[in-house]
Ligand binder design. Structure first.
Ligand SMILES: [Zn+2]
Length: 54
């Protein structure tokens, strides 16, 4: 089961959540620290999308 890393846009907290891809599709991810739903998914090295090149 992949581990997803998220960063909270409100407080800057970085946290990881382990869930399946199916769970990921329907899950409402919220920051464990401040409860904000404004979280950004960090792309893990093993699961890179071609969204941005450095
Ligand atoms: Zn937060």
């Amino acid at each position: 089961m992949p581990v997803y890393e998220f960063k909270c846009m409100d407080c800057g907290e970085i946290f990881t959540i382990k869930m399946s891809v199916m769970e990921m599709e329907s899950a409402q991810i919220t920051c464990p620290k401040c409860g904000s739903s404004k979280v950004m998914k960090m792309i893990s090295s093993f699961n890179t999308m071609t969204s941005k090149k450095s």
